[in-house]
Design a protein around this ligand. Structure first.
Ligand code: UD1
Ligand code: MG
Length: 459
């Protein structure tokens, strides 16, 4: 393999985004656009990646970190000028230089690899990645001569009416013979509608010298989408979402309505899982086979075991076992651990709590900072009173305990193995194993009281 480098253009502020965030840092499916590009380049095993960043774009450098070397483009004078910033590193080297824009997040390493191979096989001085666009507006157009060879690229703002009708577009991705690139860049001027040094002008310069210009047309326009404004950002998000969702469906996951299912890039899902509409599954989440999620659920950074169901619920940063039933309307907050066969029903909030196998909190409870053993039954309306305004305290409920409805367990407190807590109790002291604890005032019935009151009022 020859000497291969890549230059990523990421110095533009992105005025059309109308944002305080650098354009290439806007996320697509949760990952900054430029990181998508870098990740795909990393798969190509290039000698080095050089990213061109604007003055003061420390955030871009922080995001990319050690995956790239950085060159600063002090003033954004155009894409040609941006590439020139890499000359001090690459100038004079033999080999191929791939140039990619930081605002094309959907490009895949497969397409880039195919472009590199095609370029090197054809021994062209430059090979363009082009695409057919149904609506080419905003893109540079590929102008071909009578032999159908590429003659030049013309930018939208500089194009004649006839040129504007061309639907073959410049994707902003190119392979160059490295020496020819830097030599030709010296002859690029800024005599155009935007007063910028355009990288695409290198094509016409090389063509006029009768150098070989190649064009590699990708079948997928989606993949080459360039994001210049928020409308395009939403299109990129949709296309990436479709790509992720199709990947899971091909792997044996049922998505009832893929247009309304949002799955992050690092999520893994086992076979025969079913995801219902309106669900967002994100972060480092691993879902085992047969799991059912949704509708309308939000899962982030969770590990979920086989055949668990989560309906209309939120779960973050937690471990959830197999055959667990969650929801509807449950909230599993961070650091919770639910063992196999647990049930967390409607309007139950769990925070930093562990539940042993087969334990249940079926309705309307708050269980926070708690260790719940196996086969525990937590009645409707139970609350672990874990906070005194300053500190949080632990509630321990041991195996087989039964907590009656509407109980307050004032932590720190332990309910012993097999113990019963009577409904409506406020427990402030530990309950020994196998005992019944009643902590409420006794009921008094005043017989005939109502009649007596009525008579009194009538007199
Ligand atoms: C560019 C191409 C256009 C192509 C389109 C594909 C030029 C002149 N036009 O247009 O032919 O169809 O991409 O998406 O190249 N950048 C710098 N420094 C600069 C200017 C830009 O680093 O001085 C970076 C930007 O951060 C961006 C990339 O270069 O990532 C492309 O710039 P952008 O302004 O988005 O160009 P387009 O108008 O999209
Ligand atoms: Mg662009």
């Amino acid at each position: 393999m020859s000497n291969r480098h890549a230059i990523v253009l990421a110095a533009g502020q992105g005025k059309r985004m109308k944002s305080s965030l650098y354009k290439v840092l806007h996320p697509v499916c949760g990952k900054p656009m430029v990181q998508h590009v870098i990740d795909q380049l990393n798969a190509l095993k290039l000698q080095e990646i050089i990213t061109i960043v604007g003055h003061g774009a420390e955030q871009v450098q922080e995001q990319i970190g050690e995956d790239s070397r950085f060159m600063i483009q002090e003033e954004q004078l155009g894409t040609g000028h941006a590439v020139q910033q890499a000359e001090s590193v690459l100038g004079g080297q033999k080999g191929t230089t791939l140039v990619v824009c930081g605002d094309t997040p959907l490009l895949t390493s497969e397409t880039l690899e195919a472009l590199l191979d095609f370029h090197e096989k054809e021994e062209a001085k430059v090979t363009l990645l082009t695409a057919h666009a149904d609506d080419p507006s905003g893109y540079g157009r590929i102008v071909r001569n009578e032999n159908q060879d590429v003659a030049k690229i013309v930018e939208q703002k500089d194009a004649t009416e006839q040129e504007q009708r061309i639907q073959e577009i410049n994707t902003g991705t190119y392979c160059f013979d490295n020496e020819a690139l830097f030599e030709a860049l010296q002859h690029v001027s800024n005599n155009n509608a935007q007063g910028e040094y355009y990288l695409p002008d290198v094509i016409e310069i090389l063509k006029n010298r009768n150098e070989k210009i190649g064009a590699f047309q990708t079948k997928s326009f989606d993949e080459t989408l360039g994001v210049n404004d928020r409308v395009a950002l939403s299109k990129a998000e949709q296309a990436m979402k479709r790509r992720i969702n199709e990947y899971h469906m091909r792997n044996g996951v049922t998505l009832i309505d893929p247009d309304h299912t949002y799955i992050g890039l690092n999520v893994t899902i086992g076979q025969d899982a079913v995801i219902y509409p309106g669900s967002t599954i994100d972060g480092e989440t691993a879902i085992d086979s047969g799991v059912e999620i949704g509708p309308n659920s939000e899962i982030k950074n969770c590990i979920i075991g086989q055949d668990t169901t989560i309906k209309q619920s939120v779960a973050h940063d937690s471990l959830i076992g197999a055959r667990v039933k969650i929801g509807p309307y449950a909230h599993i907050r961070p650091s919770s651990k639910l063992a196999d066969d647990v049930k967390v029903g409607n309007f139950v909030e769990i925070k930093k709590a562990t539940f042993g196998e087969g334990s249940k909190a079926s309705h309307l409870s708050y269980i926070g900072d708690a260790e719940v053993g196996n086969e525990v039954n937590i009645g409707c309306g139970t609350i672990t009173v874990n906070y005194d305004g300053e500190n949080k305290y632990l509630t321990t409920i041991q195996d087989g305990a039964f907590i009656g409805c509407n109980s307050n367990l004032v932590a720190p407190v332990t309910i012993g193995e097999g113990a019963y807590v009577a409904a409506g109790s406020t427990i402030t002291d530990d309950v020994p194993n196998s005992s019944l604890s009643i902590a409420r005032s006794r009921q008094t019935n005043k017989e005939g009281y109502v009649e007596k009151m009525k008579n009194k009022n009538n007199n």
